[in-house]
Design a protein around this ligand. Structure first.
Ligand SMILES: [Zn+2]
Length: 428
């Protein structure tokens, strides 16, 4: 045995288990395994989980907040303005690789080992795409990254948009993106989705489209994607991101859409950080939350996962690459603070995202799977969501790729010093 994790608390198991790791795979999982290992880590009853997954991030824009200036209003239109100014001031994206690498390291240190990044291909030279394709290879030891060819300014609305999309796939982008609600007309939006599906079939790639990211309840491209998915049988390989217009659809229409999504087997990715601050900006009061219907979609049986979307960029100024904080935002913004609901949200940053990324077959704490796991400095899923505890060890294919020493707080009172523990003792 290369590595043995002792006394792990694993969801769905009533007793603590040991995880034996050999040749980068889980060789055995069970209570009190009697096997010798080169190295043993005692989890001491702490929670051991499969890695977090971030299925929606924009690595070309991460960590640019303040460069060349901050978004003063915080609005979506000003974010686009600032992004344009950034691109002018940073010709050639000379800072991109260092920024993106740093953001990926934050995610890995926080327990994320799989990411899907959209990359803006509305650039005649495809500079950002080429840099991130290189970085994808350089970081392979740490994290698996899928890259989406993302037409930020539209496929039909941007000069040579179709040719650039095709070129991006030829260079090695993993998925075909789109942004139908930003095309000039409804008809162009529909035509862009047809193009996306045709291109995906031609290159045998998955689809991940920014779809209906607006408060306009007339933005109805998700139904077009769902219908096309049903007709092509592309199923799990199709993902729609944001879908915030669904927040504003009337309930009868939303019900119809949910049925189509279930029938087509599409994945939905909600991005609560960006959408809670960017949507509802044209509202006075009441102000809509602008998040897609996560609770209702999950109840209907749709595969929903959560993305970080932005880390300190012109659209969202905060974030540190921690999927647990994304989950916590979703619990608040989606009214999912019920006991079972919080556990379902935990699934949206783990198993549901694995399905979205098409890696379910090799994901999870199961004998024979790659030994990817995170040891959290806590004892329950709810305390993980509440505390964002230290990721004591992040392990990829049996190798420790990140370690964190937990912080320690002390109270000084009445001449005494006492350690403060934020967990409830009875949870141990
Ligand atoms: Zn996005």
């Amino acid at each position: 045995m290369e590595l043995m994790i002792k006394n792990a608390r694993v969801t769905g198991k009533s007793t603590l288990v040991d995880l034996a790791i050999e040749n980068g795979l889980f060789a055995d999982i069970g209570p009190q395994l009697e096997r010798k290992a080169e190295r043993t880590i005692d989890a001491g009853g702490r929670l051991v989980i499969p890695p977090f997954i971030d299925p929606h991030i924009h690595l070309d824009a991460v960590l640019t907040a303040g460069n060349p200036r901050y978004n003063i209003s915080g609005s979506h239109p000003e974010g686009i303005e600032v992004w344009g100014e950034y691109k002018k001031a940073n010709a050639g994206f000379s800072d991109l690789k260092a920024r993106a690498r740093r953001a990926v390291e934050w995610e890995v240190a926080s327990g994320t080992l799989f990411m899907r990044s959209h990359v803006d291909i509305c650039d005649p030279d495809l500079t950002a795409l080429k840099i991130l394709l290189e970085l994808r290879e350089e970081l392979r030891e740490l994290v698996e990254i899928q890259i989406v060819a993302f037409p930020q300014d539209g496929i039909l609305a941007y000069p040579r948009g179709k040719a650039l999309m095709r070129e991006a796939l030829g260079l090695g982008a993993d998925l075909v993106g789109g942004i139908p609600h930003c095309e000039m007309t409804r008809e162009d939006g529909v035509a862009s989705i047809d193009f996306v599906f045709d291109l995906a079939a031609e290159f045998d790639r998955g689809i991940d489209v920014h779809c209906d990211e607006t408060d306009d309840d007339h933005s109805r491209f998700l139904e077009v994607m769902a219908a096309r998915t049903i007709r092509t049988g592309y199923r799990d390989r199709v993902t729609a991101g944001h879908t915030t217009a669904m927040h504003s659809y009337n309930n009868a229409y939303a019900h119809k859409i949910q049925g189509l999504l279930v029938q087509g087997g599409l994945n939905i990715v909600a991005n609560p950080f960006d959408n809670i601050v960017l949507q509802g900006r044209f509202d006075t009061y009441p102000k809509r939350r602008g998040i897609t219907r996560v609770k209702e979609l999950l109840a209907a049986g749709v595969n929903v996962s959560l993305g970080h979307d932005s880390i300190m960029d012109p659209w969202y100024p905060l974030g540190a690459g921690d999927m647990l904080s994304v989950a916590r935002m979703a619990i608040h913004a989606c009214h999912m603070s019920g006991y079972d609901e919080m556990h379902r949200i935990f699934e949206t940053i783990t198993h549901n995202s694995a399905r979205t990324m098409g890696i379910s077959g090799r994901y999870g704490l199961k004998t024979g799977n790659p030994a990817d796991l995170v040891i959290l400095d806590t004892h329950s899923v709810l305390d993980a969501l509440r505390l964002s505890p230290a990721r004591l060890f992040v392990i990829k294919a049996g190798r420790i790729v990140a370690e964190t020493r937990p912080a320690e707080s002390r109270i000084h009172s009445g001449g005494q010093e006492k350690r403060v523990d934020f967990e409830m003792p009875e949870k141990r």
